[in-house]
Design a protein around this ligand. Structure first.
Ligand SMILES: [Fe+2]
Ligand SMILES: [Fe+2]
Length: 256
């Protein structure tokens, strides 16, 4: 791993594995880090942009590795502010760049928000060669949103699961300890999954790919041994929505 580069008070850049960089900003009000992943290659890709207001920090961090104007793809794993809130600014600064997302994200949201040009929707099983790295797209509907997908990078065997495997608090680039209990507590308090079953189905699918690395959008990256720990916690415990949204009780969902 490279020495971290601090771009602002709270944004740091670390190379995790072979050209895959984690750009991470701690956001106190949410109690989690917001991570983007830069894949430096012939056709560089950025997975998640971060929120609109993080643009300068994320862009500066990318600039430590390569010219952000050369980005070839901005990829979102579902349509949401922290996933792709900075996309218009990145796309504007990189004239050759295309937006990538699940077919549903692009058909419904990119088109509806006026971003259909320079955008491409990927179906389950499709791949995209960046150079040394190859992205494999995995549609995971209703794992948080109905347009959700994950990415498996085949060369480093890296899984990008978006909001699955979140660990709260300001986690380092690589985590080794078992944070499955705080993960479950966060899911119950935040209410990001409507039901356990689509999540467990997705875990079954991605486990068959035998990922060597997992790079969650919030928390630290971890290696294969910890995948089993988090997968087991999600299989054996309830964690879906039970009337709490971002720590707030929703009256309409209270027990009758
Ligand atoms: Fe999300
Ligand atoms: Fe997220």
């Amino acid at each position: 791993m490279m020495t971290p580069v601090m771009n602002s008070a709270s944004t740091r850049l670390d190379e995790i594995v072979d050209g895959i960089y984690r750009i991470s900003t701690w956001q106190e009000p949410y109690g989690i880090t917001f991570n983007q992943f830069l894949i430096a290659d012939e056709r560089p890709a950025l997975i998640h942009t971060g929120m609109h207001h993080l643009y300068d920090d994320v862009r500066n961090a990318i600039g430590e590795v390569l010219d952000p104007a050369t980005l070839s793809r901005i990829i979102l794993l579902h349509w949401e502010g922290d996933e792709n809130g900075g996309m218009e600014r990145f796309m504007k600064a990189a004239p050759q760049c295309e937006l990538g997302g699940s077919l549903l994200s692009i058909q419904l949201n990119a088109a509806g928000f006026g971003m259909a040009e320079r955008a491409h929707g990927f179906r389950d099983g499709e791949t995209l060669v960046l150079g040394k790295h190859t992205l494999q797209f995995i549609e995971t509907p209703h794992v948080h949103h109905w347009d959700s997908m994950m990415i498996f990078e085949q060369t480093t065997r890296s899984l990008f699961p978006s909001d699955l495997f979140i660990q709260p608090a300001d986690q380092p680039p690589i985590v080794t300890e078992d944070l499955s209990v705080p993960m479950l507590d966060l899911y119950r308090a935040a209410g990001i999954f409507a039901h356990e079953s689509p999540v467990r189905d997705a875990i079954d699918r991605v486990q068959k790919l035998s990922p060597a690395w997992v790079h969650p959008m919030h928390g630290g990256s971890f290696q294969a041994d910890r995948f089993d720990t988090y997968a087991r916690a999600l299989r054996e415990n309830e964690f879906a929505y039970r009337g709490m949204l971002l720590g707030r009780e929703v009256a309409a969902a209270a027990p009758m």
